[in-house]
Design a protein around this ligand. Structure first.
Ligand code: ADP
Length: 400
């Protein structure tokens, strides 16, 4: 069984064709600059690779190109579209309507219209991707929507309710939704496997740390809390996002600087976090270099993020009444041994003790237990694989 995974952004369409028997990626690639000019990158599992510039006016044209490339010419990995059993689509926000992955039907797409504005930059392109796919492949090949927010829908009201008048929840569904759910789900399931336990018997804190970062408390296989909020702006300091603030900071700056809500949103999403504090870069590797040279603001930005992660680990251990494992994933989580060491320092009271040598040698693409053998709480680095998780859901749903 082969599953095509589609991740459509506003000007991009990423894809992976996964063989669910061997679990191998047969081909993957990205259509970039859709609606601008167009760039196409394709790579096969056996090492064929090319990159082209070509007009990509919309997602439909991009999707057709993906299908043509997979089935014919130098990048082909299958003989016909009939070999594609189903298509799984990454969807950023399902509001509180979608609590799990769903098979696409006309009715589901109508329902999706009700939550499309929760992620105005991401949800409409996902819909374009689904429509392009249905047009090109026909309705016989099933499509499945996999929502980034779905894993967090098990949070109880006391974890998702904000302290603003309740009418705004009733009127606009203002609450915590979280993000990166597919990643948190994948690494927490894998972590349970590594612990040799059923997910129901575990308490895990998962840290997805990349350009965007979020932390989740996963108790008995279910998310009970997560750091991102109504949008991915909440939680810890990130590459360009502020994370949580005293809300009056927002109104104070807006008033003093005469900034509109739209510009303030830009400031908090694109000009804050690492880039805002350091004034140097949003990229952790750049800050690593700058901090090593003694640049104070770079150190403050990194220390602040690490301190916040540490606080979340403590808070979530308290929320769950314990912790069996702490998981690091994402570009920073998988690579930065300095961050992991800083977060785990002085955590013996939670049974967390890091093995410095293992920590230093566990970097990108490498899975590993980096805790001292015999200590109570395991610390793992687990490379995330959202595409595989989407493919697994798609397979499960189409097989009924
Ligand atoms: P995204 O969140 O956009 O998917 P990634 O998960 O790839 O991005 O994470 C990007 C972040 O990972 C950047 O801040 C980058 O600096 C960081 N990163 C990647 N490699 C390393 C490394 N070797 N050491 C420290 N940070 C790294």
């Amino acid at each position: 069984m082969k599953i095509l995974v589609i991740n459509a952004g506003s000007s991009s369409l990423k894809y992976q064709l996964i063989d669910m028997v061997s679990k191998n990626v047969l081909a993957k690639g990205n259509c970039e600059r859709i609606g601008i000019d167009g760039r196409f990158k394709h790579q096969t599992g056996d090492g064929r690779k090319f990159e082209r510039e070509m007009p990509l006016p919309d997602h439909r044209v991009a999707f057709k190109l993906v299908i043509e490339t997979l089935t014919s010419g130098e990048g082909a990995v299958i003989e016909s579209i009939k070999e594609i059993s189903a298509v799984g689509h990454r969807v950023v926000h399902g509001g509180d309507k979608f609590t799990q992955s769903v098979l696409v039907t006309d009715e589901v797409l109508r329902e999706f219209q009700g939550v499309i504005n929760f992620a105005p930059l991401h949800n409409p392109p996902a819909l374009s991707g689904i429509e392009a796919c249905r047009d090109t492949l026909g309705k016989e090949i099933p499509n499945v929507m996999v929502f980034d927010t779905a894993f967090h829908q098990t949070m109880p009201p006391h974890a998702y309710t904000f302290g603003v008048p309740y009418k705004y929840y009733e009127k606009y569904r203002v609450r915590r939704y979280g993000a990166h759910g597919t990643s948190h789900r994948y690494v927490s399931l894998r972590c349970a496997e590594l612990l040799g336990k059923k997910p129901e018997d575990t308490k895990i804190v998962t840290c997805h740390l990349g350009n965007g970062s979020s932390i989740s408390a996963v108790d008995a296989g279910k998310c009970v809390d997560t750091s991102m909020g109504f949008t991915p702006l909440g939680g810890i300091i990130m590459g360009t996002r502020s994370g949580d603030l005293d809300p009056s900071v927002v109104t104070f700056i807006m008033e003093k600087e005469g900034i509109s809500p739209r510009d303030m949103e830009q400031l908090l999403n694109k000009e804050s976090g690492f880039i805002g504090i350091s004034g140097i870069s949003s990229d952790d590797r750049d800050l690593e270099e700058a901090t090593a040279k003694g640049i104070e603001r770079s150190k403050i930005a990194q220390d602040a993020q690490r301190y916040q992660i540490k606080k979340y680990v403590g808070a979530y251990a308290a929320a769950m009444g314990g912790i069996d494992a702490l998981v690091f994933t994402g570009g920073i989580g998988e690579n930065s041994c300095l961050l992991r060491a800083a977060v785990c320092e002085n955590m013996e009271y939670l049974g967390i003790e890091m093995d410095a040598a293992k920590n230093d040698t566990t970097i990108r693409g490498k899975e590993g237990d980096i805790s001292v053998p015999g200590t109570k709480t395991r610390v793992y680095v687990i490379p995330t694989n959202e595409e595989y998780m989407i493919a697994v859901d798609t397979k499960t749903i189409v097989e009924g």
